[in-house]
Write a protein that binds this ligand. Structure first.
Ligand SMILES: [Zn+2]
Length: 182
């Protein structure tokens, strides 16, 4: 069984900065497969390793029929141009809020075999890459909302039926930030 339970907001692994992958071994390939199977099963457009409880810098994506993964990703070039759109997260079931992101990004990293990889993304893929790299830094999409939307999000989270299933108190992520982390 490689579909894993998805960790929900409130689980401390989601607000912990993940460790870099240092060994490109079978364990890593199993992790990429588990992430991919879990994302496809959900279904979702992306999934980061902390979302299945593994604090390593790995994410997978499935955007515009392009299925991929990136290990130890670093976002380099980002356009100044922004995009608006509803964004959700598999760790916040059923919730989505308008979230500003950059329109284009270039991310570098490695595939599961340790070969260098560069991904250029715009629109939805760019949004996905920014969202997933944030996960690896312990930053959640609600940290990117404007103050009014953030208030609405926290209220919706408190009222969500899954709220409090993983932690006794729903806490605000400590990583509130004004700009994109690169
Ligand atoms: Zn997410």
């Amino acid at each position: 069984m490689s579909v894993q339970p998805i960790r929900l907001f409130g689980d401390p692994v989601l607000t912990t900065s993940a460790d870099a992958v240092t060994t490109f071994d079978k364990e890593l390939r199993v992790l990429v497969k588990d992430l991919t199977d879990t994302m496809v099963d959900a279904p979702g457009a992306g999934l980061a390793a902390p979302q299945i409880g593994v604090s390593l810098r790995v994410f997978v994506y499935d955007v515009d029929d392009e299925l991929g993964h990136l290990v130890n990703p670093v976002i380099g070039v980002m356009s100044d141009e922004e995009q608006d759109g509803e964004e959700g997260c598999l760790s916040f079931p059923g919730l989505a809020f308008p979230t500003k992101r950059r329109q284009r990004v270039v991310a570098t990293g490695f595939n599961m075999h340790g070969d260098p990889v560069t991904i250029e993304g715009s629109a939805l893929l760019a949004r996905c890459i920014q969202h997933e790299v944030d996960h690896l830094d312990g930053i959640l999409f609600i940290d990117r909302l404007d103050p009014d939307q953030r208030k609405a999000a926290l209220r919706a989270i408190r009222e969500a039926e899954w709220s409090g299933l993983t932690a006794p108190v729903v806490k605000v992520s400590p990583h509130a930030t004004g700009g994109l982390a690169v």
